[in-house]
Design a binder for this molecule. Structure first.
Ligand SMILES: [Zn+2]
Ligand SMILES: [Zn+2]
Length: 266
């Protein structure tokens, strides 16, 4: 089984923490898509290591209802180590909720469909831009307005990177969710792609709460992203199987923006 841990240092986050490589320890915030072990197993190590290095306490964002279990997981590790209580923060959020990260990015949760409580995360970069009505004014006029205490800028939120965690394609069906729509416009989308062959049918993949390549193709028109990073391939596949499936199944325009993450796959 491959563990999921995608580090995005610019926002000081790791998306899931199935295991905890050293670089993940230096990202304060863990955005947890769900609590299967291949996504949460490295959390006690993250919390303990940050405490040991005297770094600010880990902050873990989890789907609604998962906070108590996540606390217990870390507490068992603490007990096994016979160490004093560990400082860390757990925050339960649900689809549509916002959270401003320490890095300044705006994090918004969007709905996904898995076998247990789950959600994806979308990070917006926040930029200041001169208000549209001031565009014709001179630098001097704008400076005077600013000195008079007027706010001369608007905040523009740009959807930069989205992460689904484990999900079937079902999250793409049905009514449009504004946060999900933005996730499908983020410059980079990181999405699971567990099944890439017909030995597992689309219906079976949906029952297991995972993405099937044929379901991805059926929803191709929904993805406005510049790049889609595919992760979480079933361990049954070799890297050559995965590349061959992507090349044969995906329409060329979709294939051109898909990047499979094949680290650790033979
Ligand atoms: Zn899972
Ligand atoms: Zn998984």
């Amino acid at each position: 089984m491959q563990e999921t841990c995608i580090i995005f240092p610019r926002a000081k986050v790791t998306f899931d923490i199935g295991r905890c490589p050293q670089r993940a320890c230096f990202q304060q915030t863990v955005l947890l898509s769900h609590t299967h072990l291949d996504h949460v197993g490295g959390l006690p190590f993250h919390v303990c290591t940050r405490e040991m290095l005297s770094l600010p306490a880990s902050r873990v964002i989890v789907p609604q209802g998962c906070g108590a279990g996540v606390r217990r997981l870390v507490d068992v590790a603490r007990e096994l180590q016979n160490s004093p209580p560990l400082e860390f923060e757990v925050l339960e959020l649900q689809a549509g909720d916002d959270h401003i990260l320490t890095s300044g990015y705006l994090c918004r949760c969007f709905p996904t469909t898995h076998t247990i409580a789950s959600q994806g995360y979308l990070l917006y970069s926040q930029r200041r831009k001169l208000k549209a009505e001031l565009l014709g004014k001179s630098q001097e006029e704008i400076r005077e307005l600013r000195l008079a205490g007027e706010d001369v800028t608007d905040t523009i939120s740009v959807p930069e990177i989205a992460f689904t965690g484990d999900t079937s394609a079902e999250f793409l069906d049905g009514l449009l969710d504004p946060a999900l729509e933005d996730a499908l416009k983020a410059r980079v989308l990181i999405m699971e792609m567990t099944f890439v062959c017909d030995n597992v049918s689309v219906d079976e993949a949906r029952e297991k709460g995972h993405m099937h390549i044929a379901d991805f193709v059926a929803h191709a028109h929904r993805f406005q992203n510049e790049a889609i990073v595919l992760i979480h391939f079933s361990p049954r596949y070799k890297r050559t199987d995965i590349i061959a499936a992507l090349n044969s199944m995906l329409p060329p325009s979709l294939r051109a923006k898909c990047v499979p993450l094949l680290n650790g796959i033979e």
